[in-house]
Design a protein around this ligand. Structure first.
Ligand SMILES: Cc1ncc(COP(=O)(O)O)c(C=O)c1O
Length: 454
């Protein structure tokens, strides 16, 4: 196992509350972990987004940045590294991934159009809908078989995609692929699959964009698991991945190892000019894009650090460490391990709780009460929709609890505690009842939803 390729220079204290406190806090939060305060959480596995520990080099770069409305030095540092790593001609910085999605979709998606993706993430899905489009997922069927061990379960189903594109060519403004595929468990997408998706897009003359949030983690999976790739360097793999695309959206809060930031990049001048105009209206001038210039510097350095093999090996092995512990103990995990998180199949974990009673949300609530650990539901609360005609809930195929590992933040001792706590809950699972949702706003409802215990 690759030990941490860094030493710890600064620490942050965490506090374990008592169980009666947590019961009260959870009730007060409407049984929604998004409503908890960080000071009341012992181990926070809500997200890997914006939660990375930054390096001394990132902090140093932030301090030496010259803040400027136009022409900051950090913009040019970032431009250089984006060009080097991704190879795109044009880019705009944005304050986070969803701002990039909004800018891109509001310039190229028209009402009534359809956006195919392997799997949309919740913000991507919401941003397509927000401009009147319809997001559609074409991930391979095996992605919906959580326990099956198979490589590249995040792949696009190429046959389904092409059949659909052939019949709906005029309604498709762009095709996307999300790497890694967060919605189905952080599963990777193969180089071959990205290449073939790009060929379909080219054949029908449709722009092909990558949701690149976890591009470095995806490249590591390609290196270790894809035929013919083990001797390629991480940077070579990344270059090849993006050589197949016309552009990407990116949240720097993941694989740029920063707490905020993102970008949209493209080779297509006409798209770039439109997104740049929209950027100026919604985010800011193109050399800062809604960020303090120091954040651009942190992204520039973070991108270099996240694309080294020793870092990626450590990162992958730490996530795998938690997965192995849970898998060995018989917990129904999504298999194999994803890139940034361990996912638990809530429907299997609580096979007595119907999906309409939010099994994975129930597990999130129990985990907090048991041990002060915050995970997040990616399932019925997050992706479930209400049928406009019948008013009934359309249930998503997967109902998962995601234990997301922040980058360079926790040690394996923390992860042992997480595994032991989940195993404890599993042993008493039959006594646990589900939840009723009593409130949810229409878009991204899970952030603000309220529940009651049954
Ligand atoms: C696959 C994917 N796309 C887009 C986003 C949105 O990024 P942000 O949170 O920076 O807006 C996320 C965030 O988690 C994500 O995982």
């Amino acid at each position: 196992m690759q030990p941490e390729p860094f030493r710890i220079k600064m620490i942050e204290e965490i506090r374990l509350t008592t169980k009666p406190e947590r019961i009260r806090l959870m009730k007060q939060a409407g049984y929604n972990v998004f409503q908890l305060k960080i000071d009341d959480i012992y181990i926070d596995l809500l997200t890997d987004s914006g939660t990375s520990a930054m390096s001394d080099k990132q902090w140093a770069a932030m301090l030496t940045t010259k803040q400027a409305y136009a022409g900051s030095n950090s913009y040019y540092q970032l431009e250089k590294i984006i060009h080097e790593i991704f190879g795109f001609k044009f880019f705009v910085p944005v304050h986070q991934g969803r701002a990039g999605e909004h800018i891109l979709f509001s310039t190229i998606v028209k009402p009534g159009q359809i956006v195919p993706n392997n799997s949309h993430f919740d913000t991507t899905q919401a941003n397509v809908k927000f401009v009147g489009g319809t997001p559609m997922d074409f991930v391979v069927d095996e992605a919906y078989d959580p326990e099956k061990i198979s490589l590249f379960k995040g792949n696009m189903d190429l046959e389904k995609l092409e059949n659909f594109v052939r019949q709906n060519r005029n309604k498709i403004p762009l095709i996307m692929t999300t790497i890694t595929n967060n919605t189905v468990g952080g599963q990777p997408v193969s180089l071959e699959n990205i290449k073939k998706t790009s060929q379909i897009a080219k054949k029908y003359n449709i722009p092909f964009f990558i949701d690149a949030c976890r591009f470095a983690e995806n490249a590591y999976f390609i290196k270790i698991n894809e035929k013919g790739c083990k001797d390629k360097s991480i940077r070579e793999i990344i270059k090849e991945v993006f050589s197949y695309a016309d552009g990407c959206t990116f949240s720097g809060k993941k694989d740029a190892l920063t707490n905020i930031g993102g970008m949209v990049a493209t080779n297509k001048r006409e798209i770039f000019e439109k997104i740049r105009d929209m950027l100026v209206i919604t985010e800011g001038y193109p050399t800062y894009g809604g960020l303090a210039c120091r954040e651009l510097a942190a992204m520039a350095v973070g991108l270099q650090e996240s694309t080294t093999e020793s870092y990626l090996q450590y990162r992958h092995e730490q996530v795998e460490y938690l997965w192995k512990k849970l898998h060995k103990a018989g917990i129904p995990t999504v298999n194999p391990v994803g890139g940034h998180a361990v996912f638990i199949d809530g429907k299997k974990f609580f096979d007595h709780i119907p999906q309409t009673q939010y099994p994975s949300q129930t597990l999130a609530v129990e985990l907090y009460i048991e041990a002060g650990i915050r995970g997040v539901e990616l399932g019925t609360s997050c992706f479930g929709e209400t049928d406009k005609k019948t008013g009934r809930m359309i249930l998503p195929k997967l109902d998962l609890l995601r234990l997301t590992i922040p980058r360079r933040v926790y040690t394996n001792n923390h992860l042992d505690y997480v595994a032991d706590s989940i195993i404890k809950i599993y042993k008493r699972r039959e006594k646990i009842k589900g939840l009723n949702r009593v409130y949810a706003p229409p878009l991204l409802g899970h952030f603000l939803a309220k529940f009651e215990r049954i």
